[in-house]
Design a protein around this ligand. Structure first.
Ligand SMILES: *[C@@H]1O[C@H](CO)[C@@H](O)[C@H](O)[C@H]1NC(C)=O
Length: 557
């Protein structure tokens, strides 16, 4: 069931209880859990936070804790799975689900008291009607038949038959309705923003919590989980909170205070922390718009910088080392040239954070840093370590972890850029008919970066945009992309990760690969693991790869 009043029906219920919080491995989820934890600390609610990456983790963690804890909060996980069926909980266990994954499982939605969904459905989201998917009389039918005794029976034969046929029709109809409902995966609003809303309603909001909500929303934009227009709606409401919490003039505030500003920001990755040229290369939008992988593209970039009056030497050194005047004018100089160079979307509405007099960070910086730490390539780090690093990088008093994350993010983006260059130079993006296909070759030194779901998705988005930008075929815009990479992080040998993304022409980020992967794997009995909460990523045995792809092609043709 859906919870409509977060304060009364969620927060007041768990007050004074012990809670278990399961958090999905994504930046929005971790931001949401940071907000919750901060609320819990002020209200002395005892909590345990455990990260989960896959369905299996959900089961394991649940089994380890369900004895002692009756109130379980699922953040960005579990919404699309029938949790009661998966976990077989005792009656006194209650799940609260705040998940940005869609579509939400029908059983969760129609569960009575045991499953309570905190996320909200948009006006454009349709859920099948209860009577179309559940029948009250499901178990009664058999009984009815045997109940009918003696002389009555013959009279009912025809109606029993009629009833069965009606039932079969209903089941076929149900199958179709459920298929249509679950065919595409997509995302709802940021869970961090939802939790901030709760904090605000509890009058416990602050700039720190607001920054986490902003980071969560920005993560969803950067992962292309949110459309532009939804992001703009979201920023409008966040901007109201920014004005409310930052209305005091600077003079009235302590020197070390946090200040959030809403402003136009360049869509340039980490540009305050590297050189302008590096940043242009590593940012999806300018790199693909200028086609920086080609010689012509390089030339255009030089022309652009020259027209802006920026000496190349200035653009190749770290931003912090650039002339102060150039730094201050950078945004307006670029803005004047965006139209001419086809970079109309280079500026977007975003937020920045300043710590007293110290450096300024954009919301994008935070997301890049957190994403890189989350999928750290450091072999010494377990996933639990990585999760804690991300949580630290978001803390206001641990800027050194944030800085480490920024360094890690630069390496990640460099690896992505190199790989895209390789794909293009070697013509490794091929049309498989209904989709484009690219594979990271076994033994690629950077494979460690890509054998993690989010970096692989980033590589996929970069690859598809880059390909479309230089492709002569118009059709490429309407083709989705499937990318595979050796799964070098896995303990099992000979497996690969597979990730599918929608075509560039698709405005809404709806993705049909989750269902398609499931069907292709089933049909070919491929050794596979469909365990991620983002269902457009899966693991597959390399031996089964060709038959799996044959099935996928015929399925989507
Ligand atoms: C998502 O957030 C926007 C902006 O705050 C809001 O207008 C919209 O109603 C939200 N949608 C849902 C489903 O909560």
């Amino acid at each position: 069931m859906f919870v409509s009043d977060l304060r009364k029906e969620f927060y007041d219920v768990i007050k004074g209880k012990r809670v278990l919080v399961l958090v999905h491995f994504d930046v929005d989820g971790i931001c949401a859990s940071k907000i919750l934890q901060s609320l819990f600390r002020t209200d002395h609610i005892l909590y345990t936070v455990v990260p989960v990456q896959k369905r299996k983790d959900l089961v394991n963690v649940y089994e380890n804790h369900a004895e002692q804890i009756k109130h379980i909060i699922l953040i960005n996980c579990g919404g699309c799975i029938d949790v009661v069926d998966l976990l077989q909980p005792a009656d006194d266990i209650i799940f609260f689900i705040a998940d940005n994954h869609r579509p939400l499982d029908i059983c969760n939605i129609y569960s009575g008291e045991q499953v309570r969904i905190l996320s909200k459905l948009g006006d454009d989201e349709q859920v099948p009607a209860f009577s179309d998917v559940f029948r009250e009389d499901e178990s009664d039918e058999e009984e009815e038949e045997s109940d009918e005794e003696g002389g009555k029976r013959p009279r009912f034969d025809e109606s029993v038959l009629e009833k069965r046929m009606e039932r079969r029709r209903w089941e076929q109809q149900r199958h179709k309705i459920v298929f249509d409902y679950t065919q595409f995966s997509y995302y709802g609003n940021s869970t961090a923003v939802l939790m901030f809303d709760l904090a605000w309603k509890l009058s416990k909001d602050s700039n720190e919590l607001l920054w986490w909500a902003i980071t969560g929303a920005t993560d969803m934009l950067m992962c292309e989980k949110t459309e532009q227009d939804k992001y703009l709606l979201m920023t409008a409401s966040l901007q109201n909170h920014v004005s409310r919490l930052n209305h005091k003039t600077q003079d009235d505030q302590p020197l070390d205070c946090l200040r959030i500003t809403f402003e136009k920001e360049l869509q340039l990755a980490l540009y305050r922390h590297c050189s302008l040229v590096e940043s242009m290369r590593h940012s999806l939008y300018p790199a693909t718009s200028l086609r920086l992988w080609t010689l012509k593209g390089e030339k255009r970039l030089c022309e652009l910088l020259a027209e802006m009056g920026l000496p190349l030497s200035q653009c190749k050194q770290k931003y912090s080392g650039m002339d102060m005047t150039l730094r201050n004018e950078l945004q307006s100089l670029l803005e004047a040239k965006v139209e001419k160079y086809g970079l109309g979307n280079l500026l977007f509405a975003s937020f920045t954070l300043t710590h007293g007099f110290r450096s300024k960070y954009s919301a994008m910086d935070y997301v890049y840093a957190a994403s890189a730490l989350l999928e750290s390539t450091d072999k010494e780090k377990t996933s639990a370590d990585a999760f804690l690093d991300v949580a630290d990088s978001l803390s206001m008093n641990k800027l050194s972890v944030l800085e480490k994350g920024i360094e890690a993010a630069k390496q990640q983006l460099e690896a992505v850029y190199r790989q895209v260059q390789t794909f293009l130079d070697m013509n490794q993006i091929i049309s498989a008919g209904p989709f484009l296909y690219a594979t990271v070759i076994e033994g690629t030194p950077d494979a460690r970066f890509f054998s993690a779901p989010q970096c692989l998705s980033l590589l996929a988005r970069f690859t598809l945009r880059a390909h479309v930008s230089i492709s002569r075929s118009k059709k490429s815009r309407s083709l989705p992309l499937v990318i595979t990479t050796p799964d070098v992080r896995s303990s099992e040998t000979n497996t690969c990760l597979v990730c599918g993304i929608p075509p560039v022409s698709e405005e809404s980020p709806r993705n049909f690969f989750g269902k398609a992967f499931e069907q292709a794997a089933e049909k070919t009995a491929s050794k596979s693991e469909l365990e991620f909460f983002d269902t457009n990523v899966m693991r597959l045995s390399v031996d089964d790869r060709s038959k799996f792809f044959d099935a996928l092609i015929s399925l989507l043709s």
